[in-house]
Design a binder for this molecule. Structure first.
Ligand SMILES: C[S@@+](CC[C@H](N)C(=O)[O-])C[C@H]1O[C@@H](n2cnc3c(N)ncnc32)[C@H](O)[C@@H]1O
Length: 220
């Protein structure tokens, strides 16, 4: 898979791309991630990419020209172009499953007041990461990249993601590690029994119990 992230703040991605599973996935050749500064596509003095809103009001608005040129510089027939905006479709694990099937994601990060509305004509979909407003689309772009890349074949052990919360309508089961007792809190005996059939049954029961308690809406 290839992921192109269009942003005004490329350095925000330094740590994200160079640590842990995302770093390993790139080294393994599972994903190629490019950070593209849309300032490079400005045709104005000082590489300007934003301007004041028509009609007045506060803040700066990202202009059509540099954003659309940046999209066109990377887009192919295999691309899906995604605008990150709080006004988009709310991102869930179902969306992650769909996006992981694409060969090429283009993620467009806004900033300031947002985008010139005409940019919507040049994208395939709008995604929001939740009903709140961030200062920019960089964290949403990292969030989408992370959630998709971890599901690409061979990036993490498939058995570890199969029971993940939201991969079905159930939350994950509780997990424990050493020591067997911490400040009087004991690991459930069943997990020490070595009986894998019983352990699987218990885990399934705990998934249902957890979901009923924490997210009953998922069971509807
Ligand atoms: C301050 S926000 C602009 C919000 C815009 N004025 C509105 O209310 O719809 C700046 C940028 O951050 C990103 N952003 C903020 N919140 C987001 C969210 N919940 N999901 C996805 N992107 C978000 C978008 O790229 C947005 O263009």
């Amino acid at each position: 898979m290839k992921i192109d992230i269009l942003t005004l703040f490329p350095q925000m991605f330094d740590g994200f791309l160079n640590e842990s599973i995302i770093k390993r996935a790139q080294e393994m050749g599972k994903v190629e991630i490019n950070i593209i500064n849309f300032r490079e596509f400005s045709t104005l003095n000082n590489q300007q990419v934003d301007d004041t809103p028509y009609g007045g009001g506060s803040g700066m608005v990202l202009m059509c020209e540099p954003i659309v040129k940046a999209i066109e510089s990377v887009k192919t027939k295999d691309s899906i172009t995604i605008l990150l905006t709080p006004q988009g479709k709310t991102y869930t694990q179902k969306e992650v499953q769909k996006l992981k099937e694409y060969k090429h994601l283009i993620l467009i990060c806004g900033h300031y007041e947002g985008f010139d509305e005409r940019i919507l004509k040049f994208v395939d979909m709008e995604i929001s990461v939740g009903d709140f407003v961030l200062t920019g689309g960089e964290i949403p772009a990292m969030l989408i990249t992370d959630s998709v890349v971890r599901l690409l074949d061979g990036v993490i052990n498939a058995s570890s993601s199969n029971n993940d919360s939201f991969s079905s309508n159930l939350l994950d089961y509780p997990t424990y590690t050493k020591p067997q007792e911490f400040r009087g809190l004991k690991v459930p005996k069943i997990l020490l029994s070595g009986d894998h059939e019983k352990i699987n049954e218990w885990r399934r029961e705990m998934q249902i119990k957890n979901t009923k308690k924490k997210r009953p809406d998922l069971l509807k």
